[in-house]
Design a protein around this ligand. Structure first.
Ligand code: GMT
Length: 367
């Protein structure tokens, strides 16, 4: 598994997939530049290979891709790997292609699976400075998966790709025990009768963080509530500034980056995801899995996850009034419990046991 170790969804998916495969008895080697956030402590069948990034005065930009490629060659060769699965095309797919060629010259065959996650296609990858490399690597991978039908369609639309792309949706591990929730924890953030609204992201422009605050401001005008924001990133200051301007900063709680978000989600009443584009929306699915309904935009792959009128509601990008109206509907005493149950039911369409065999089938075909 080659992935970004940070707080992004592609890293979470790659790590959880690796952990699940290891549990099934497969030997999993993670290759990246720091320990993946969801990897946790010692687990059987799991190995982690850190890519050391050289800091040499000549380099204004460190040649990560070259060092990653060398690490892939080394690990494939010496650990006798069967498949290289790379998550997020840039630069993992091109590094994998080069590693494959180097190994081929040494008589070693290694198939590559590339999983497309989102902005590697919809934002960054489409940029002319990346496009030819992305197109080539998608065409040269031995198998390509996309996390939603919407992302698959976007790939065909924006790149000269003719090959087959398998849609394998992201997944969650449903916790039936309900042990996460404690009234005590909830009380730390909200008084009795207050609703808790949550948002989790990397606070990038695409997440429309100011919409999150504006939706919440409209909700808070009508009902006692708190907004909990998890994560960090370049647009966090916009949320801080806007909540001060709107005079709701005493109701907005910034928790910053958290390794494990399930605890906070378990005492939340509603999740907001008003993104500009979202190939899947794993954060929304993780909220639904613990019974938190979702107010989202209707962009990209989100409609494949959040079902309008069932697990939550969808609105046009930027329509904060509609999102707030829908949020107030869900949060009303008559509706909340129903939506919470439905969100949990909808999330069960994406449980690990349904998704894992789809990846295993791809690996099996390749080896
Ligand atoms: O594309 C990104 O912004 C980063 C990427 C990530 O690593 O978190 O997110 C994408 O992959 C996730 C996992 O498959 C999806 O749930 C997100 O929807 C997707 N983000 C976007 O499309 C904006």
């Amino acid at each position: 598994m080659v992935l970004y170790p940070t707080y992004g969804g592609s890293g979470v998916v790659g790590t959880e997939l690796g952990k699940a495969l290891a549990k099934e008895g497969h030997e999993i080697h993670f290759i990246t530049y720091s320990q993946p956030v969801r990897l946790g402590s010692f687990r059987e069948n799991i190995f982690y290979h850190e890519v050391a990034v050289t800091d040499y005065p000549l380099f204004d930009f460190q040649p990560y891709e070259t060092e990653l490629t060398s690490k892939m060659v080394d690990v494939v060769k010496h650990e006798k790997l069967d498949v290289l699965h790379v998550h997020y095309a840039i630069p993992h797919a091109s590094a994998a292609y080069l590693a494959k060629q180097i190994l081929k010259a040494q008589g070693i065959h290694i198939p590559i699976v590339t999983t497309l996650h989102g902005t590697d296609i919809t934002l960054v990858g489409r940029d002319p400075s990346f496009e030819p490399v992305i197109t080539f690597c998608i065409n040269e991978s031995d198998a390509v998966t996309a996390v939603s039908e919407s992302l698959k369609a976007a790939t065909y639309k924006h790149f000269n790709v003719k090959r087959e792309i398998n849609v394998i949706p992201n997944f969650i591990i449903v916790d039936e025990s309900d042990t996460l929730f404690t009234e005590q924890m909830r009380r730390k953030y909200a008084c009795d009768g207050e609703k808790i609204i949550c948002h989790i992201s990397n606070f990038r422009k695409v997440k429309r963080i100011e919409d999150v605050v504006r939706i919440f401001a409209l909700i808070a005008k009508e009902i006692p509530s708190k907004l909990i924001l998890i994560g960090d990133g370049p647009d966090r200051f916009l949320a801080e500034r806007l909540s001060r301007e709107l005079n709701i900063n005493d109701k907005v709680i910034f928790l910053g980056k958290l390794r494990d978000t399930a605890h906070v989600l378990s005492f939340s009443d509603l999740f907001l995801l008003p993104s500009e584009t979202e190939s899947f929306g794993l954060a929304a699915l993780e909220a639904m899995a613990v019974g938190v309904p979702v107010i989202s935009s209707n962009t990209g792959g989100i409609p494949e996850v959040n079902e309008h009128g069932y697990s939550g509601f969808l609105s046009n990008v930027g329509d904060v009034e509609d999102m707030a109206r829908n949020a107030l509907h869900i949060l009303s005493d008559d509706e909340l419990e129903k939506f919470k149950k439905q969100a949990k039911i909808k999330a069960k369409e994406f449980t690990l046991d349904l998704i894992l065999p789809k990846y295993e089938e791809i690996y099996r075909k390749l080896v």
